[in-house]
Design a protein around this ligand. Structure first.
Ligand SMILES: NC(=O)c1ccc[n+]([C@@H]2O[C@H](COP(=O)([O-])OP(=O)(O)OC[C@H]3O[C@@H](n4cnc5c(N)ncnc54)[C@H](O)[C@@H]3O)[C@@H](O)[C@H]2O)c1
Length: 336
């Protein structure tokens, strides 16, 4: 195993840095213990999923700046690329259910936006481009785990748009030699996640005394990755990964949605009567599972957050931060 060398100083452009994972990455980069010599510009359109408050802890820090804008805006992206060394690309439409209702915005942002960024990165000699993707591009797997060599078999419009952007990113490496590194992670959980996603949706419903809508028979299986561990993996790839390579990032906690719901019921002091089984999501992938031995063996990645602790901390955060999520839920419910 070769451990990454200390990263050189870098001006990093973080797209989607006002969202759940991107903001966590930025707070980590510029927080205590973050790498030396790093400056960060966040480029974010502030869609319904972007929350400028997520960046309050780093606002005003030397080396931080925020640009409100669209990754599809070629002129803006060109200007920004000219002033940066590296890109970590999170910006995306990220919610599967929304992609089932309408996929146009998913293709625009996830595919065309990524292409706009990649082409500008080439024009401006970007040193490293980390493209943050998802395990969903591999599709459902009944047993075993997908490796980085497995075929891409996405099933939802969301995962199809992410798979398209992965292929474009890798093509920019193979065709032009751009140093692109792709990460494919499992389901993230943690604080500051938009309440449309299952863990905060269920936690906040339960904290409000409501029932939670569980899809189908509750038997769909996901691997859960704490946000801190995901950011740890992204940083290992950014600083020590190899150009043109894909790295799966797993969390090591496989649960059926029914089991996850039971754990959330316990954490919120609620009983099984608070579960309402609802019609399954269309095309719902049964199980995702990635083999993350490559990032472990090459870069020393290990998920550090024990799931029980991570979930308890997450529920506690939602319990204590109603002003953060209550307006988001109100918008979700009045303007779905
Ligand atoms: N959340 C997960 O469990 C998970 C799992 C695997 C992969 N991912 C991937 O990680 C990345 C980040 O996910 P997240 O959960 O933080 O998403 P998120 O929805 O919380 O945040 C997305 C951010 O991108 C911004 N954005 C959207 N369209 C934009 C555009 N056209 N231009 C500029 N900014 C735009 C939004 O304003 C928001 O701040 C995504 O690429 C997603 O596909 C997420």
């Amino acid at each position: 195993m070769s451990r990454p060398h200390p990263a050189p100083a870098a001006r990093i452009l973080v797209t989607g840095g006002a969202g759940f994972i991107g903001s966590h990455h930025v707070r980590t980069l510029l927080g205590p213990g973050g790498p030396a010599g790093v400056t960060v510009t966040v480029l974010d359109k502030l869609t319904y999923a972007g929350n400028p408050g997520n960046l309050d802890p780093v606002r005003g820090r030397p080396g931080f700046s925020f640009v409100k804008g669209d990754i599809c805006d070629r002129e803006l992206v060109d200007d920004l690329m000219a002033a940066h060394d590296e890109v970590v690309h999170f910006a995306a439409e990220s919610h599967v259910d929304r992609s089932i209702l309408s996929s146009a915005e998913f293709v625009r942002t996830n595919v065309l936006g990524t292409q706009t960024l990649l082409d500008a990165a080439l024009r401006h000699g970007i040193r490293t481009f980390v493209h943050v993707s998802t395990d969903e591009v591999y599709g459902s797997v009944d047993t075993g785990a997908w490796t980085e060599e497995s075929p891409l078999l996405p099933n939802s419009p969301y995962s199809a748009s992410k798979a398209s952007s992965d292929l474009l990113a890798l093509a920019h490496h193979r065709t032009h030699g751009l140093d692109v590194r792709v990460t494919r992670c499992s389901n993230n959980y943690g604080h500051h996640q938009h309440p449309e996603k299952v863990v905060p949706l269920f936690a906040t419903h339960l904290l409000d005394g409501r029932k939670v809508p569980l899809y189908g028979d509750g038997g769909n299986v996901r691997d859960w990755l704490h946000i801190d561990d995901h950011v740890q993996g992204i940083e290992l790839v950014r600083t020590g990964g190899r150009p043109g390579e894909v790295y799966n990032i797993g969390g090591g906690t496989e649960l059926t949605n029914r089991r996850l719901t039971d754990l959330l019921l316990d954490a919120c002091g609620a009983g099984p009567d608070r579960v309402e089984y609802v019609t399954d999501r269309k095309g719902h992938d049964r199980r995702y599972c990635v083999d993350w031995s490559k990032i472990r063996d090459e870069l020393g990645y290990r998920p550090r957050k024990d799931f029980a602790t991570g979930l308890a901390e997450t529920v506690a955060w939602y319990r204590e931060n109603r002003p953060w999520w209550e307006p988001l839920k109100k918008t979700m419910e009045t303007n779905p």
